[in-house]
Design a protein around this ligand. Structure first.
Ligand SMILES: *Cc1c(COP(=O)(O)O)cnc(C)c1O
Length: 458
């Protein structure tokens, strides 16, 4: 394979933005187990999903047949504002590591919301508008999803109510400012605005909140207000579907430069950026062709794939959502408060969980946050891009793989997902820089408490 002459950045043209999303479920050897109604424990039907989700999105969620789903023109037109995203050869990092490996990253942080989440936010807002809704509700943890969705809702003229995990709202006031600029209203969660929020505040008035509890509040508001539906920015099949634009573009770019990755690495919170990045590469593997080695990287403080159970569990703390079969730490699990690196969700996308369970995702790896920030800093200094802490989990693994290549003398091609920018995470960078950041890996006893809340459903 060519190596020397690949350009620093490979750009595609507007026409090379994919025309259709790739639905990996159509190719999976074993489909993930169906999501179950929490009352009847029967597979959720379209009719049961419709009170919560937009109809077209609910259909996508249940679609395991169509390999490709056409991207509507309105969505593609918006994609053109910031896509295609560049594939970058991290030459300066390679040099700094003195590795024979080639390191590439696909950069999704180049839009104002600062992450890949916009790829799905646009699609979800588009279908909500098409359905004639007044608005949507959602939760946001670190704030990227809320920001992406506020951009999308602002563009399509939809009302948006965001429940933002309280501790993040306190740590990241500027996120709120961006969301409000795009027209969203933002409430710190748990709040007094919902039954579930009031209950959680009663139980613990000082709680910093969690993604799971913010989800419960957002769903409650959606189902109790006419003309509103709930949208979610990760975990779901539809989100991985929308994110497939990342992987499709990456494959096209690699064709242009006549190279192909041996290793594909992504950070994994709910699984959407990794699911998107690996999509078209995984298609090769599912078809029995030679394919990259896939690595999912997660924080040691929220280790759903490396230490979680593969079980049916609720997707929210309030235990109101359908049950999904996934790797989970239990819906009540909340990472230690000193964890600032994002990726705090207790579960993992059912699609990725199944692929990992069946051995198609080769490896899951947990890394500690000080190591992650060390990698982020090295990357920033050499490549000139400040990475999101989430993305830096993937950087850490990419660097480790490149250093292995240095030891063995193998010139592997490594691709990782740089899912976002770190501009909104400067508080965490400050902690790292002034030496106050620490690591906290949960003990087995800590994890047992979360496991105890997992329902007994086969
Ligand atoms: C939300 C987010 C993640 C984690 O979510 P996934 O669904 O696992 O992709 C990773 N990186 C960035 C920049 C994010 O905003």
């Amino acid at each position: 394979m060519s190596s020397k002459n690949t350009p620093y950045k490979t750009y595609l043209t507007e026409d090379e933005i994919p025309q259709a999303w790739y639905n990996i479920r159509a190719d999976m050897k074993t489909d993930h187990r169906p999501i179950l109604h929490p009352g009847t424990l029967q597979p959720m039907t379209l009719e049961e999903l419709e009170p919560v989700f937009c109809t077209e999105l609910a259909k996508q969620e249940l679609n395991s047949k169509d390999r490709f789903i056409e991207i509507p023109k309105g969505v593609r037109d918006f994609y053109k504002m910031y896509r295609p995203s560049p594939l970058v050869r991290a030459r300066f990092l390679e040099k700094a590591l003195d590795t024979p490996a080639k390191i590439y990253y696909k950069y999704e942080g180049g839009n104002t919301s600062g992450s890949h989440k916009l790829n799905s936010a646009i699609a979800q807002a588009y279908y909500a508008k098409e359905q004639g809704l007044k608005g949507v509700t959602t939760e946001t943890g670190a704030g990227q999803w809320g920001t992406a969705l506020s951009m999308a809702c602002g563009f399509f003229d939809l009302d948006l109510k965001v429940f933002m995990v309280k501790i993040s709202a306190q740590q990241k006031p500027y996120r709120k400012a961006v969301m409000e600029t795009f027209g969203a209203s933002v409430t710190a969660s748990p709040s007094n605005e919902t039954n579930i929020g009031r209950k959680m505040l009663e139980a613990d008035p000082n709680t910093g909140g969690s993604l799971g509890s913010a989800i419960s509040e957002a769903i409650e508001v959606a189902v109790t207000n006419d003309g509103y539906k709930y949208v979610l920015g990760s975990v779901l099949n539809m989100v991985l579907l929308h994110q497939s634009v990342i992987g499709q573009e990456a494959v096209t770019a690699f064709k242009k430069i006549d190279d192909y990755p041996d290793i594909v690495i992504g950070c994994a919170g709910g699984g959407s950026n990794l699911g998107g990045l690996m999509s078209s590469f995984m298609a090769e593997k599912l078809a029995g062709k030679s394919a990259p080695y896939f690595i999912a990287v997660e924080p040691a403080s929220c280790p759903s794939m490396t230490r979680g159970k593969f079980a049916y569990d609720f997707c929210d703390t309030g235990m109101t959502t359908p049950l999904a079969k996934m790797y989970t730490l239990g819906a009540t699990y909340i990472p230690s408060p000193n964890h600032s690196g994002g990726l705090r969700y207790h579960g993992m996308a059912p699609i990725l969980s199944q692929l990992y369970h069946d051995g198609f995702i080769d490896e899951a790896r947990a890394v500690e946050q000080t190591e992650v920030f060390k990698a982020a800093t090295l990357f920033a200094r050499h490549e000139g891009t400040l990475p999101a802490p989430e993305s830096a989990h993937a950087i850490k693994a990419a660097i480790d793989e490149a250093l292995k290549c240095k030891e063995t003398g193998q010139a592997k091609t490594i691709l990782f997902g740089l899912s976002g920018t770190g501009y909104f995470d400067l508080g965490a960078y400050m902690q790292y820089n002034d030496g106050t950041m620490s690591d906290k890996t949960p003990t087995d006893e800590d994890l047992e408490r979360g496991f105890a809340a997992i329902p007994k459903v086969e």
